[in-house]
Design a protein around this ligand. Sequence first.
Ligand SMILES: O=C(O)CCC(=O)C(=O)O
Length: 322
Amino acid sequence: MVQAALPATAGSLNAAQVAQFDREGYLIVEGFFDDSDLDPVIAEIEAEVDARARDLVAKGKLSKPYANYGFKKRLALISRETDEVAKSIWNGTLCGPAFFNLIRNPKLLDIAESFCGPEIIASSVYRLRPKIPKHPYGAVPWHQDSGYMEAYCDKALVLTVWLPLVDATQENGCMWVIPRAHKTGQVVKHGSRPGKPYLVIPDSDLPRHEPVCVPVKKGGALFLHNLTPHASFNNDTEIVRWSMDLRYQSAALPTNAKISRLPGEDLPTRDEAVPISCYPPEADFLVRSRARPGEVVTAATEFQRLRREHKGKGVKPRWGLV
Ligand SMILES: O=C(O)CCC(=O)C(=O)O
């Protein structure tokens, strides 16, 4: 499984942008999303935070709902009393219609198609990240996304789209990347630490290139190669650095999406009746296809059902503790 050469242009990306992604392993595109792309997602998050805050108040775990503090500050203030709300939405549990629509945003899919081909799997791994000021979950240590995935996907492009829902700055903990490191084609050894939620590349194994800080304004997008080491550090402001990260891959790779297979695609090998995929614990789905359009998931309710009912197994442990 070897990554195909990148196209000259990709969706709305011009040749220079594709060349930058290819050479550096990352690309920032400011103004990629309109408010109409992001506002429904923010509204869905706000409704969720509101419901959870009111529930905690009713249970006596929170003094007040902090209802009038707005998207940027509300969860920061709630989290001074309890991090229950933040922790519970840190992973892929929110999957409302607006999230689903963002994942299948046609502008994103045009770029994913150019990079990953016309048969596109929306990878199960999408994350909403409320980076709370001074919260220990906030800093994400150096890693390659492939460090979290099954080794059989190491050589393929799994495109990450990282998008802030507020302006992401160095002060509030924007992303950092190590450029050009993806060119080695290697996944560096990652470790994990007891009690810590993230994998980490030990300093001694970090590629030598100088890290680059990549602030991105709301509406912008950061495209990342799965072999590009990246990290984000503390949020030293008073606001929440809200962001999402989405991933796309070719349907020719192993996937747990229940799709028919085209000639030349990987068979959905089964291990204990669980289809393998680049990231088995969560449910992939077919998000764009010309060859099997009837298998594309087009309803948010189906997306929710898939995520709810997916019986995943963990990624095979490939790294020892450091
Ligand atoms: O949003 C962050 O701070 C970290 C994101 C990240 O590590 C990722 O998208 O893989």
